[in-house]
Design a protein around this ligand. Sequence first.
Ligand code: ZN
Length: 290
Amino acid sequence: MLFLTSNPISQRTQDTLADLQAEVDQETNFAGKAASAIRIWKNKTNNRAFEEIKAVLISMCVGTEICNYCEQNEATDIEHILPKSFFPQDAFRWDNYLLACKACNSGYKLDQIAVFSPSGSCTRFVVARNTQPPTQEVLMINPRLEDPFDYWQLNLETGMFLETPDEGTCEFQKANYTLEVVLHLNDREALRTQRQMAARDRLRDLKLIVNIHEAPDFATLNQIVNENEPFINLDQNLPLDDLKRNLINNLRSALLNRPHPTVWAEIIRQEATLDRFQQLFNRFPEARNW
Ligand SMILES: [Zn+2]
């Protein structure tokens, strides 16, 4: 999960969200607000504002329509980061949305939430269904508002996320709850395996890019392309540098749009400890800024 840079929605859609939220807020008690949020959400199918919201959320995805939680599956659902049944006051808040897959949204995340205990300590208070959370201090990390990189690091060898704050801190609790209880990012074996493979794929991508970058002549470049790219035929009439630039741009786009973009972000963050990547970055420093 990566921090999501927000793109703007139109004034008209902002107004629609504000109107729907006002409808929820006018209910006098929590149960009424929760029921109203759920009902209005269900009935929104013909509301054009949500077509725009979905389109903008697609443009904000970490990869090409990839689920922002697992980074593996196609993202299909507008997901409430704070569940509307517990936080009806946030049901129509723009920064409470992201695009997720069905497995993450319905299979894993469910409508569950924990907040920090109202006593002020950093202990976990699991909110019972159909009850109002005692505080707004949720343990779920909201990647629209905070950077998950501040909470954990991916071990590229094992494919497992490890909480980085000290155990016992509020930040550790948030990281642990989000990883293990809400999203199950570590105990889904397929995700761990795919993250490991994603690291290998990026190494191969980067090697190929460096070789293209360093190709001294057309014959060498042509040989590299023949061995690695099934569908590209080089145009001999173009200058070598243009050919190389086009190829690198295509490969860059493929690399950045592969599933598990967190793997690439972690490769850049952890470069100093990753010899093979560091050598390649030294030969082609531009890739550090991708
Ligand atoms: Zn997912």
